[in-house]
Design a protein around this ligand. Structure first.
Ligand SMILES: NC(=O)C1=CN([C@@H]2O[C@H](COP(=O)(O)OP(=O)(O)OC[C@H]3O[C@@H](n4cnc5c(N)ncnc54)[C@H](OP(=O)(O)O)[C@@H]3O)[C@@H](O)[C@H]2O)C=CC1
Ligand SMILES: CCCCCCCCCCCCCCCC(=O)[C@@H](N)CO
Length: 340
């Protein structure tokens, strides 16, 4: 007797059994965090260091964790902004016993990042690398200096901070250390206007995977966050130079407040998720691009990947690429007006 694909029913049932086995293993592996690791991460009593902590996502993360009882050090380059921001973090704190401070530093060099970590009143056990920002534009318009700036602002800030933090944590035997890297939706996909920025956010994903593996040595856990549009001061700034076509594809209405993003990010961390998203579109891109990274919920991730398998090519072909093709004429006209 033969089954549907000409398989004997015996081998069809062994295929089914193997599939079932894979599902069970997948569920077990993805739930080990809950069953074996046991402990849910708590902000209470931690010392959290946040780069990009003077505004936008970083400030919202600092405020939220202070409200949950963490000691917080915010870091960015501009002291005047830090002074105001640290007041907001203090106001959000659960009690006046918490240490809330700021460190003014440029973390885009190893020297700056090392100094920033060393200036904290104690070794931080939890580090959020939120510093970053895009300078969108058309690939052919951008200069070598724009790309170099992107590497510094969007990759090196995280690399330097993670390097300084891992050193401090490992050498001071910090228990349950944590490093959180911030990528973007465009760290999972490519999108017109973001060639100076997206590839750096892809690099952040690679850094997260490398560090997740190696920092097991020291019991330091690593997470990467992939936010969609955040209504932040940085977004207002980048929108001044963002190509119209990029704005159209992103949609001006679609996005979240820094506070909404911080809330979703912390929820993901508490659940022990490795790659964290806070909007459905990016969640589809995450499961489609998961590769060998750990899933969040084994079975659900795989089911979501089935949706992504259909939805992503449809979105790309009939929405994104089509909009770009429609934009060709307008773009050619503006190109013709530029000097060669
Ligand atoms: N806004 C968005 O739509 C999205 C943002 N993201 C990412 O989320 C993160 C936060 O974004 P957002 O909330 O918009 O942030 P903002 O652009 O509003 O703020 C950036 C923060 O980083 C600080 N910063 C920048 N460069 C350095 C540096 N070299 N050293 C120290 N601090 C620095 C800034 O302060 P100062 O200039 O004073 O140093 C500021 O505090 C970024 O990594 C961004 O790429 C991801 C997806 C979408
Ligand atoms: C099948 C799936 C459909 C989903 C559609 C979603 C469309 C995604 C558009 C990309 C949004 C880019 C946000 C991040 C931008 C960013 O990082 C900068 N703003 C940095 O400041």
């Amino acid at each position: 007797m033969t089954g549907i694909h000409g398989l004997s029913s015996a081998s069809a049932s062994s295929v089914a059994l193997a599939a079932l086995g894979a599902v069970v293993i997948s569920i077990v592996l993805s739930s080990t965090m809950g069953f074996l690791g046991g402990k849910k991460w708590k902000a209470q009593g931690k010392h959290v260091f946040v780069t990009g902590g003077s505004q936008g996502l970083g400030l919202a993360v600092a405020e939220l964790l202070a409200s949950k009882g963490a000691n917080v050090t915010i870091c960015s380059r501009t002291e005047s902004k830090l002074r105001e921001a640290v007041g907001r973090v203090k106001a959000a704190a659960k009690s006046d016993q918490q240490t809330i401070e700021y460190v003014a530093a440029d973390v885009s060099t190893f020297e700056g990042a090392k100094k920033a970590i060393a200036s904290c009143s104690s070794v931080p056990d939890t580090v959020f690398c939120c510093a970053g920002g895009a300078k969108p534009g058309f690939f052919i318009d951008q200069t070598e200096s724009d790309f170099e700036h992107g590497m510094r602002t969007d990759y090196w800030t995280s690399l330097g901070t993670a390097h300084a933090a891992a050193n401090a944590m490992a050498r001071n035997k910090v228990v349950d250390g944590k490093i959180v890297l911030v990528s973007s939706t465009v760290g999972l996909i490519g999108l017109i206007g973001y060639s100076q920025y997206g590839p750096m956010k892809h690099a952040i994903r690679g850094l997260a995977e490398s560090l997740r593996s190696e920092l097991i040595l020291y019991g330091i856990s690593v997470h990467a966050y992939f936010p969609g549009t955040i209504f932040s001061p940085g977004l207002e700034e980048e929108n001044k130079t963002k190509p119209k076509i990029t704005v159209e594809i992103e949609g001006t209405e679609d996005g979240s407040t820094p506070a909404q993003c911080a809330k979703g990010l912390i929820k993901g961390i508490e659940r022990g998720h490795f790659f964290i998203t806070t909007d459905f579109g990016t969640e589809l891109f995450r499961v489609a691009a998961l590769g060998a990274a750990p899933a969040n919920r084994g079975l659900v991730d795989r089911a979501t990947a089935l949706i992504a398998w259909i939805a992503i090519p449809v979105w790309r072909t009939f929405i994104a690429d089509r909009m770009i093709k429609k934009h060709r004429k307008e773009h050619a006209q503006s190109l013709a007006q530029q000097p060669k």
